[in-house]
Design a protein. Sequence first.
Length: 316
Amino acid sequence: MTRSVALVGGRGYTGAELLGLLARHPVLKLAFASSTSQAGLPVTEVCPQWPDANDQLVALSPGEVATGEADAWVLAVPNGAAAEWAQAISAAHPTAVIIDLSADHRFDDDWAYGLPELNRAAIRQAKRIANPGCYATAGQLGLAPIADRLAGTPSLFGVSGYSGAGRTPSPKNDPERLADNLLPYSLAGHVHEREIGHRLGRPVRFMPHVAPFFRGIAMTISARLGSPTSAAELEAIYREAYAGERRIRVSREAPEVRDMRDTPDAAIGGFTVSPDDPHDIAVVSVLDNLSKGAASQALQNINLALGLDEQLGLEP
Ligand SMILES: NC(=O)C1=CN([C@@H]2O[C@H](COP(=O)(O)OP(=O)(O)OC[C@H]3O[C@@H](n4cnc5c(N)ncnc54)[C@H](OP(=O)(O)O)[C@@H]3O)[C@@H](O)[C@H]2O)C=CC1
Ligand SMILES: CC(=O)N[C@@H](CCC(=O)OP(=O)(O)O)C(=O)O
């Protein structure tokens, strides 16, 4: 039995990543991938590993979605563009699952928040799923196990590869601007700062930076706990919290971006306690922004919402 996926925004970085995953998925088949500006482009131009050289990106507008059929629709479109698509698809295909990769529906209670390790039951039942932001995924997975132990406002120092900024040219994905550089931006009030705080139920401070590598996120979290702890106790808390979670790797050592590139996992480790004050801790959370930060997490959500094994297509 196969199930079909329609992809809106197939030419973008996250869309291309999802195409790569669908190319080798045992059950999910691509109904079509759309492009507003490059219809007719071979899918293999976007995703070299795509198996059928005859497949092309199709032209589609929100007003035409009734012409398409799919069990799940993925919106891999810029922030601000998703709502029009979601409304049109809901009207034309009320039983279809919609997964929005943009930030547009993450604060909307009518949409299940698509972080499986923290919200699996709701995702299983959902027809509308808001995929988390990439830094927001790293931050929540790095903080959730100690959320009820926090005594202050955690600080999250994040560094992302420039693919995080998408294809549309900007200083944040300009290789010349980024060469031998590290670009701080949105150092207060970033949407992910609000997203993490909203989901954890307490404020955080998040300071993003973009780096000259293409993909990956490293996030170092500094927090104060209500009770003193040790590195061993901290590690044990995380190991217990993520026991059985196949997409979460917990390690004593601090994880590194280069080890998580092109993987669907998040790695959490480097558990450190201040020698001056055992209430103050640091932990590192690392993932691939295009994978666990977007497309492979979306695949977990599609699998769950369609009643398939969550890890289908994500493990060798
Ligand atoms: N990059 C990342 O690491 C992450 C991104 N996200 C979010 O995922 C979404 C996609 O990101 P990303 O792939 O990086 O973005 P890109 O800019 O790489 O791709 C977005 C694509 O959407 C298409 N597009 C633009 N406007 C519209 C529209 N009105 N309707 C339909 N398609 C449109 C464009 O392709 P075309 O011209 O062919 O239509 C464009 O290539 C964004 O909302 C982003 O915030 C979330 C997590 C991580
Ligand atoms: C380097 C870079 O620009 N990263 C993006 C995060 C990408 C992402 O997660 O997109 P959402 O807007 O859908 O949350 C940013 O900081 O906006």
